[in-house]
Write a protein that binds this ligand. Structure first.
Ligand SMILES: *Cc1c(COP(=O)(O)O)cnc(C)c1O
Length: 284
């Protein structure tokens, strides 16, 4: 049995009903977060919950809880579901109301749902690296919002999967932006490049952790985008996300990145990242 958080209470998944008038269902009118759990403990949860509130504010939604209350919900889900390594999924929709594009007036209560799942670290991908496929970035111009409206991301991921790749390398007007659910980094002559945190990408929490690690390790980093053509010339490429951590990219469109194996700078960052999480699970 899996316990969810829904309608202000902890409840079994089987007993949950969703209104057919939910604006998340009609419009993708909502926001979400994914928070990693290591050894039963939340990782960078404050940053994720802060970003949820920022996303809410950007789409003019009010979350009917405090940051502390959401943190408590997350902890309770971990306890009730016996989560060791996995993640919390948390989403808020604008609520349920007969379909009209404009916001319901008077406002209706937002629908807050959260669950926790066990999900092992993707150790094989982290060790061996993954293949990506280039896909044109056709998403809207507010990619900085972690919105439920993910059709552009879904289509990009599917295109990658159909080419036997695990992620899309998105590019807009020639510049590499990010992945469909991850941030992208390129390394050339020891310098790391990544798209600046503008409206064209989601500023990942793992991305921010990596920026901090670069500083700690004295690795030169430029928050500057690189072009689609330059991606093929990089010595190393990697992607980051809450679940993927730091995953090397070993090929783009079937062309090898460097020698086609994870590079030394990526390895160094992976080691530093591993030091941030509980040591008992690193060797898993
Ligand atoms: C969530 C997400 C990421 C990664 O963010 P993390 O906070 O590191 O998990 C990157 N890009 C997109 C489009 C995302 O939705």
């Amino acid at each position: 049995m899996t316990t969810y958080f829904m309608d202000d209470q902890f409840t079994e998944r089987e007993g949950i009903t969703i209104s057919v008038d939910d604006r998340g269902y009609y419009f993708g009118d909502g926001i979400y977060e994914v928070i990693k759990v290591y050894d039963g403990e939340l990782y960078t949860a404050k940053e994720h919950i802060e970003r949820l509130f920022q996303s809410a504010s950007k789409v003019k939604m009010t979350i009917p809880y405090t940051e502390g209350q959401l943190m408590e919900v997350a902890r309770e889900l971990i306890a009730r579901n016996g989560i060791s390594v996995g993640h919390i999924y948390l989403q808020v929709t604008r609520g349920s109301s007969p379909r009209t594009h404009q916001f319901p007036a008077p406002a209706v209560a937002p629908v807050v749902m959260a669950y926790a799942v066990n999900n092992p670290r993707p150790v094989a991908a982290i060790a061996d690296g993954v293949a990506v496929k280039s896909v044109e970035d056709i998403r809207w111009l507010r990619c900085d919002i972690k919105s439920l409206n993910l059709l552009g991301n879904v289509l990009a991921k599917q295109e990658a999967y159909e080419a036997n790749c695990v992620e899309a390398l998105l590019h807009r007007d020639g510049a590499v932006t990010e992945g469909s659910s991850s941030n992208l980094f390129g390394i050339k002559n020891g310098v790391i490049y990544t798209h600046p945190a503008t409206n064209l990408i989601l500023n990942g929490i793992t991305r921010r952790v990596v920026l901090g690690l670069c500083q700690d390790l004295g690795i030169q980093l430029e928050e500057q985008s690189f072009t689609f053509e330059e991606a093929f010339e990089m010595d190393e490429l990697f992607l980051t996300s809450t679940t993927a951590e730091v995953t090397p990219i070993i090929s783009v469109d079937g062309r090898k990145v460097g020698p086609g194996t994870p590079g030394a700078v990526t390895r160094k960052l992976q080691e530093a990242f591993a030091l941030q999480i509980p040591t008992s699970i690193v060797g898993e």
